[in-house]
Design a protein around this ligand. Structure first.
Ligand code: DLL
Length: 433
């Protein structure tokens, strides 16, 4: 279902005209209110008047996470705090958190984008949404919450964690939609089983999963386990939170990025040059309707590609492909670039292997060594040792053939690896410790 027919199906020409108008207004806004942007734009000789076409966007310097950190906490806000009605922050693994602020209108924009996202997944006011994204400084919980209320659905603000209680609530309240990270959706299915509930027997029919990379194979597993449709939803705090892009239930192939609010570009993460259409690279986003914290050419560090082909759902907004991973999550193993999601794809596609794994990288002498620990079915585990070895070798060969790196695969018993309530952490890089 399309929430905002008018804007989500704007013909390209009208959409681009709107983008240009909004881009100009955004540049004007930051130029006159944020010293950081004023300085940056002056350095390259750009004034708000120099932007005549969307192509001119390329003349504007990038904004990075470091810029946000250097202006911690509120230095990039365009308005005084009295106009800010909400703050969120992402913890990050190193250094200061990234702090983002919203005006009342920003919250309205975000709610609209989340209403669109839920509708794209087929969610309506008839639904009961169990929102198991964390509430708090993380944008997942409240982002979904406001969108859910906007469409008039019944929202259960259960937040993440307390998994047994999640299952009780799901059963007793008859939740029809689950929102959480894909790794938590997997974990919850296990907990349901432990509680004597077959996850396929619940009333759940749709899930909106995101906030971390997951593979197509993982989607199949989740859909199968829960007997639901699993929709990929993308976003980041800096840009607004969840609801930057979402898959439609019709195609489930690529995520529509809401182009009346964001302008996407793909660049080579090494050189910063724009890449030809269709190539994978780093996603760069310019916000064109944000008030408190507009970002010009923000480097997301997420790797994807653009898809401009028309979609069967009727939306005219282009799509981004499933996120492959982040530039900073990319592993360089003996010189080969590898994303954990590529390894995941191979593991999860293997018969008898469970979607729970951990990648451990270490250095022996000057050589990188990788161990992939992955859980296997109880039935396989109780098989003879030889069968287990054969399976491990088979996975090692597939990884070698498809990705080009040699790894050691260690098959472990079900439920022995760590589980996650929020974003999963599936790589331990001891080289960096
Ligand atoms: O994770 C916002 C969000 C909440 C998105 C709920 C979807 C659902 P941050 O904590 O700032 O915001 O983390 C943003 O998470 O740059 C990606 O690297 C990753 N990410 C988010 N969605 C996806 C996705 C939220 N669908 C960072 N696929 C982003 C892959 C994703 N990675």
């Amino acid at each position: 279902m399309i929430w905002n027919e008018e804007f989500e199906t704007l013909p390209r020409e009208a959409l681009e005209a709107l983008q240009l108008k909004r881009l100009k207004a955004t540049i004007e806004r930051v130029y006159y209110t944020v010293p950081f942007y004023r300085r940056k734009l002056d350095e390259v000789g750009i004034t708000p008047d120099s932007i005549r076409s969307l192509e001119d966007l390329k003349k504007i310097p990038f904004t990075t996470k470091d810029d946000l950190r250097e202006n911690y906490p509120f230095g990039l806000f365009t308005v005084p705090l009295k106009q800010i009605v909400r703050i969120h922050a992402s913890s990050g693994t190193t250094g200061k958190p990234t702090v983002v602020g919203y005006t009342r209108r920003d919250i309205e924009t975000w709610s609209e984008l989340m209403a669109r996202s839920l509708s794209a997944a087929g969610v309506t006011k008839e639904d009961i949404i169990q929102n198991a994204y964390g509430y708090g400084l993380f944008t997942g919980g409240l982002g979904v919450h406001y969108g859910a209320e906007k469409i008039g659905a019944t929202v259960i603000p259960v937040s993440g964690g307390q998994s047994k209680r999640q299952i009780t609530i799901m059963k007793d309240f008859g939740s029809t939609v689950l929102t959480c990270t894909p790794s938590y959706a997997l974990h919850l299915a296990e907990v349901a089983q432990e509680e004597g509930l077959n996850p396929r027997d619940t009333k759940l029919r749709v899930g909106l999963f995101g906030a971390e990379p997951w593979s197509e194979e993982m989607r199949k597993q989740i859909e199968e386990l829960w007997n639901i449709k699993a929709i990929d939803i993308y976003g980041l705090s800096e840009i607004i939170g969840p609801g930057v892009a979402v898959e439609c239930e019709e195609a489930q192939s690529g995520l529509h990025i809401f182009e009346d609010h964001f302008i996407p570009e793909i660049i080579d993460p090494e050189t910063g040059e724009s890449l030809p259409y269709g190539e994978y690279g780093e996603l760069v986003i310019t916000t064109i309707t944000k008030e408190a914290l507009p970002l010009l050419r923000y480097r997301t560090r997420d790797i994807t590609r653009l898809i401009k082909e028309p979609c069967i759902c009727g939306r005219t907004h282009m799509r981004i492909d499933r996120i492959r991973g982040r530039t900073d999550d990319m592993l360089i193993i003996r010189g080969v670039n590898v994303f954990p999601s590529q390894i995941e794809e191979i593991l999860v596609a293997t018969e008898g292997v469970l979607p729970h794994y951990m990648i451990i990288i270490d250095r022996e002498g000057s050589l990188d060594v990788v161990e992939v620990q992955v859980e296997v079915d109880e039935s396989i585990f109780s098989d003879e040792v030889k069968k287990l070895q054969t399976l491990a070798r088979k996975i090692e060969n597939n990884i070698k053939d498809m990705i080009g790196i040699s790894v050691k695969v260690k098959l472990v018993e079900p439920k022995t690896l760590q589980r996650f309530e929020g974003k999963a952490k599936r790589v331990i890089d001891k080289r960096k410790l």
